[in-house]
Write a protein that binds this ligand. Structure first.
Ligand code: ASP
Length: 722
């Protein structure tokens, strides 16, 4: 135990004594005072570490939320007003929309509190405090301890720490591993669940350029939406109730209309999701050469089908917009990632590093016995791991993630069928049936049979082509041979009659379901396919994949340790893990390619240049054109130009969407929403020359709210400095 603690302490002091390189890294707020603040101040930051993170007084961290579990948002008024990205609020806005009230296409602005819409299921989370609990988590752990006993003790210690951290407070707690499990932090959170939608611009602004411009600079997307946090009368989290009142935050950001210039300090404060900066070449090889190419091909097909259908019918556009956006986002990032990894020669560089590391390890018998096995073990593991990972991801994307949707949907029936097979209590079954019928409404609201049929044919064909038969679900193999691989003719036969492709048929089937219905269910090819894929993954893939992943993780922990011992001068920040982090740097353009240097900001002029009424994504609203023509930008313009977006070299990733972008005085100048194409591989390898985060200029958001939408009354509750 003592030895482990010494190692942990050594490691921690190593992490912390490293000199930070400028601009790369996602730093821990609790430690910013000790290890980053000087550098931040040298770069222009005018405030103190306590202004960023403190448990003693209100500070910036009290205005930053994890939005909906996957994005970031920030509080911008004493009345709980919250700004995040349009793409973060997208699912909510889509759910509130119908053809008659199409808030996605037309935008929406609540004119009074009564018009603020409840968003069931949406929640936001504040970090109340964090604490290094490494020693407490490792209490009782000894060298050579059996893995199960080790894991059990860590989990028992963690339970205890969590419990005592939140007792009687109404907060929740989580303990997260950092530096690949070499260090542990406790996070104490407060979560609000009554969140209401206030407004968003039309998609022609909030999603301007859509998938074509996604991940690309220069950018002109007004990617923001506004919500409000509601609380009980005691200002504490409360379930939705009409009488709830706007939340009074401890802190809200002041908004600056002063803008920025190239070289100015910027800081992003948010919840980056996941990065893998310290992984070996084998991991990059798996992602770049094995998984990404196959997943890109599959998604290209799915997206193409959805895009064509959406362009043909406004209802389908509404039904598939959120689903397609979800698919698009990673699909395009994978493409950019692969290009970036290729351009930076990341695999080769990692291999060179591994060679020198191995020489260094082998030069000392002690090191050799401790670390000599890590890289060879990775090699053996990844040969297998990559195969299981691909099968898992590919199968999920074919069946369960907006692939053959009716088949994915049919999976719900597995548990109902099981209840009947096991003679479960009829009254309880009826409750479940009601839930299924209700749940189906949400599914069919966003379902178009003809589109799904095309998706079915495409993904079934690709599944057969891209996965070795030994990795295909048995029912798929059987059906494929029956239909002789002609999935079109199979779809023609089944889509018109299956209970999973029509709400009426489905509802009637579920309502009248009895033991006798099992026979019909067991003849439905969509059900059989779904069940088979699901069972195949459970029985043949998931277990081994989890085992391999555990092994990779324990190697990662050792690999992190040895990298830090080897390279004491290097800056090590922990990989992103959906906890609150700070990235800092400055507003900066970049060289895109030979002869092309990008400026760090864009203006409305560029929107007008892209205007094309023929293309949905580039059809500029008439009102915006008019405001541009008359130059009516109010107090939001700079030297007559209306800025739209800007870039900086803050290290960000998915999850940072919606994060506040702050100036040297901690005032809000932007809302982070994306990264530039050339540097998008920054999740695995940050490139200071080209990795840039893209932010919406807050002045453009205010201009849209005020001048474009006429909702300027909202600005009255904000604190704005000119
Ligand atoms: N656009 C990204 C996202 O969707 C943000 C990023 O990865 O930089 O989360």
């Amino acid at each position: 135990m003592k030895k482990i603690l010494i190692v942990a302490t050594l490691l921690i002091s190593n992490f912390l004594t490293c000199v930070a390189l400028p601009d790369e890294g996602m730093w821990i707020p609790l430690l910013i005072g000790k290890y980053n603040i000087k550098l931040m101040q040298e770069k222009g930051f005018k405030l103190s570490a306590e202004d960023i993170y403190s448990v003693n007084h209100a500070c910036m961290k009290d205005a930053v939320v994890l939005f909906g579990g996957g994005c970031t948002g920030e509080v911008i008024s004493p009345e709980g007003l919250l700004i995040t990205n349009h793409h973060c609020g997208y699912g909510q806005i889509q759910r509130l929309s119908s053809l008659e009230h199409d808030y996605l296409t037309n935008g929406y602005w609540a004119k009074s509190r009564d018009e603020e819409f409840a968003c069931p299921g949406l929640f936001v989370t504040f970090l109340k405090r964090m604490e290094d609990v490494t020693a407490k988590v490792l209490n009782g752990i000894t060298d050579g301890m059996d893995k199960d006993a080790h894991d059990r003790l860590i989990s028992a210690n963690s339970d205890e720490i969590r419990k005592s951290a939140v007792e009687g407070s109404g907060y929740s707690a989580s303990i997260r591993p950092f530096y690949m499990g070499n260090q542990y932090f406790l996070m104490v959170y407060e979560t609000f669940t009554d969140i209401r939608f206030i407004g968003a611009p039309p998609s022609a602004i909030g999603k301007f350029g859509d998938e074509t411009d996604n991940w690309v600079w220069p950018r002109h997307t007004g990617d923001f939406s506004i919500f409000r946090i509601y609380a009980g009368k005691d200002n504490k989290p409360a379930v939705y109730a009409k009488e709830n009142v706007p939340y009074k935050p401890l802190y809200h950001f002041t908004i600056s209309l002063k803008g920025y210039k190239e070289g100015d300090f910027t800081m992003v404060f948010g919840f980056p999701g996941s990065t893998t900066e310290y992984m070996p070449s084998y991991y990059i090889d798996m992602v770049k050469n094995y998984i990404n190419p196959k997943m890109i091909e599959l998604r290209t097909k799915k997206i193409e089908i959805m895009r064509t259908a959406m362009n043909s019918d406004p209802l389908i556009r509404l039904q598939y917009s959120a689903k397609k956006s979800g698919l698009d986002n990673s699909w395009k990032r994978w493409i950019g990632e692969n290009q970036g990894l290729e351009r930076m020669k990341t695999i080769e560089k990692k291999q060179e590093f591994e060679k020198s590391l191995t020489e260094w390890i082998n030069a000392d018998p002690d090191r050799r016995s401790k670390y000599g096995n890590i890289l060879p073990s990775y090699k053996t593991l990844y040969d297998k791991y990559r195969e299981y990972s691909l099968v898992y991801s590919y199968t999920s994307d074919v069946f369960f993630n907006s692939g053959a949707e009716a088949a994915g949907f049919a999976r719900n029936m597995i548990s109902l069928a099981r209840l009947y097979e096991n003679n479960y209590d009829e009254a309880k079954i009826n409750v479940i049936k009601d839930e299924m019928v209700n749940g189906a409404k949400g599914f069919f609201k966003n379902y178009d049979q003809a589109t799904d049929k095309k998706l079915f044919v495409a993904v079934m064909t690709l599944y057969g082509e891209n996965l070795d038969p030994k990795w295909q679900a048995p029912e798929y193999v059987r059906i494929k041979s029956l239909c002789k691989g002609n999935f079109q003719s199979l779809a023609d036969k089944i889509y018109g009659t299956s209970v999973f492709t029509d709400e009426g048929r489905y509802t009637a089937f579920v309502k009248s379901f009895s033991k006798k219905s099992l026979a019909r269910l067991n003849k439905d090819p969509l059900y059989l396919l779904s069940k088979s894929a699901s069972e195949f993954i459970s029985s043949n893939v998931r277990g081994e994949l989890n085992r391999l992943s555990d092994e990779v993780q324990s190697l990662n922990k050792e690999y992190m340790t040895v990298q830090m011992e080897y390279d004491k001068e290097r800056t090590f920040y922990p990989d992103a893990n959906s906890t609150l982090r700070i990235a800092y740097g400055s507003v900066k353009g970049y060289d895109s390619r030979d002869g092309v240097r990008f400026k760090p900001y864009t203006t409305v002029k560029g929107i007008i240049e892209k205007d094309n009424p023929e293309i949905y994504d580039y059809a500029v609203p008439a009102r915006l054109k008019e405001l541009y023509r008359t130059g009516d930008f109010g107090r939001y313009a700079e030297n007559g130009e209306m800025h739209v977006c800007f870039i900086a070299d803050n290290h960000t990733t998915g999850g940072n969407s919606g994060s506040p972008v702050l100036n040297a005085n901690g005032q809000l100048i932007g809302v982070n929403f994306d990264r530039a194409w050339e540097g998008v591989a920054s999740d695995m390898s940050f490139n200071p020359e080209q990795s840039r985060n893209i932010s919406l200029d807050i002045r453009y958001a205010l201009f849209i709210i005020d001048k474009f939408a006429g909702a300027g009354y909202l600005l009255k509750e904000m604190t704005i400095v000119e």
